[in-house]
Design a protein around this ligand. Structure first.
Ligand SMILES: Cc1ncc(C[n+]2csc(CCOP(=O)(O)OP(=O)(O)O)c2C)c(N)n1
Ligand SMILES: [Mg+2]
Length: 361
């Protein structure tokens, strides 16, 4: 059966999930994280609508369970590389809301000095290796990161996220083959929201996402990405297995995109119905699902929920105020960081300030 967004999760994680394995503190932390991501992106949407953020901007609203569930179990020195719907993933890995928002605003205090914008968040210090706008572009890079881990004898893992549309890119197939033959410590995670812009996955593939890795001998797993507890459990186990030499893995994480493809696209229309999205909103919101489970288990009451919400809203307002107060980059630095200024031999490779295109050494 072809995969589409509303497909019922047939998750192997679901059975493993449950309130029981999580402490009250962990439950509150996961709920707070996801609410922080949601409020952060609502603030970004607001800023975009009044022109504070320019260019492309793709929010992750609806998919927060995957950012928290897949990234939070990782170690600080593990690596994450991803596509362009990555604001929440960057925060989950440890870039501050202030540095992410300032980057969206294009200001100097952004994590890339205001030069990357929404699609190119990056911070090597905490292992967040971007933010990539070319569909599938991060997949060979993630494979290379995993190769570097193995070459250096490290025990880190690399989590390489992609959208469902990226599995039709040739680079995906080549990467899986190399990862398999070299048994690289990489977990490829498809955030399967069923759509690539306005094209349903079932219109561009006769096979399910999950079937794509079989030809390369990379084990496939399907999980319910809306269930943050099951997702967290699943990735905690899988990351340890990969750390201990299990080789590359392929995860088909079923999820829902509650917004349009980007800020300028409609939520629904000719490509998907309003009813489909409304149903997902009511039944598949990862934050509401966790809130309700915690409430039913006596781990959360409405006052606590309100307090968490007020706290994260304040964090997001602070991030927006911080971004707004941060200066624009100085135009005289326009060509800085475009190319490395020295090559590995210490010679000048290309110095933008000496004139564009001046190639030396
Ligand atoms: C190589 C390439 N082709 C086309 C595009 C235009 N494009 C941008 S996003 C996108 C759809 C990607 O969908 P998916 O991978 O499912 O990710 P999602 O947006 O659902 O998170 C396309 C076709 C691009 N950025 N790069
Ligand atoms: Mg998609």
């Amino acid at each position: 059966m072809a995969t589409a967004a509303p497909e019922a999760p047939s998750a192997e994680s679901a059975a493993a999930s449950g309130i029981a394995g999580f402490s009250r503190e962990q439950l509150h932390e996961l709920l707070r994280e996801m609410l922080l991501y949601r409020r952060f992106e609502e603030k970004a949407e607001e800023a975009y609508s009044i022109g504070k953020i320019g260019g492309f901007c793709h929010v992750h609203i609806g998919q927060e369970g995957l950012a928290a569930g897949a990234i939070k179990p990782l170690r600080k020195d593990d690596l994450v590389i991803t596509a362009y719907r990555e604001h929440t993933q960057a925060i989950a890995k440890g870039i501050t809301p202030r540095a992410v928002m300032a980057e969206l605003f294009g200001r100097v205090d952004g994590c890339c000095g205001g030069r990357g914008g929404s699609m190119h968040l990056f911070d090597a210090e905490i292992g967040f290796m971007g933010g990539h706008g070319i569909v599938g572009g991060q997949i060979p890079l993630g494979t290379g990161l995993a190769w570097a881990i193995k070459y250096r004898g490290g025990d880190q893992v690399c989590l390489c996220f992609m959208g469902d549309a990226a599995v039709n890119q040739g680079a995906f197939l080549e990467s899986l083959n190399m990862a398999a033959i070299w048994r690289l410590p990489v977990i490829y995670v498809v955030e399967n929201n069923g759509y690539g812009m306005g094209t349903a996955f079932r219109r561009v593939s006769v096979t399910n996402v999950e079937e794509r890795s079989g030809a390369y001998g990379v084990p496939a797993h399907t999980i319910d990405g809306q269930d943050v507890l099951g997702t967290h459990d699943f990735f905690a186990r899988l990351a340890e297995e990969v750390r201990n030499g299990a080789g590359p893995q392929f995860v088909n994480a079923l999820t829902c995109r509650f917004r349009g493809h980007s800020m300028s696209d409609p939520v629904s229309g000719t490509y998907r119905s309003k009813e489909e999205v409304d149903k997902q909103l009511h039944e598949q919101d990862p934050i509401a699902l966790l809130r309700d489970r915690m409430t039913a288990a006596g781990e959360l009451d409405p006052e606590e929920m309100e307090a968490i919400d007020a706290e994260v809203r304040a964090v997001c307002q602070d991030a927006a105020d911080f971004a707004d107060a941060s200066p624009w980059p100085d135009p005289s630095t326009l060509y800085d960081h475009v190319y490395a200024e020295t090559n590995v031999h210490g010679r000048l490779f290309l110095d933008g300030r000496a004139g564009r295109g001046a190639v030396n050494g």
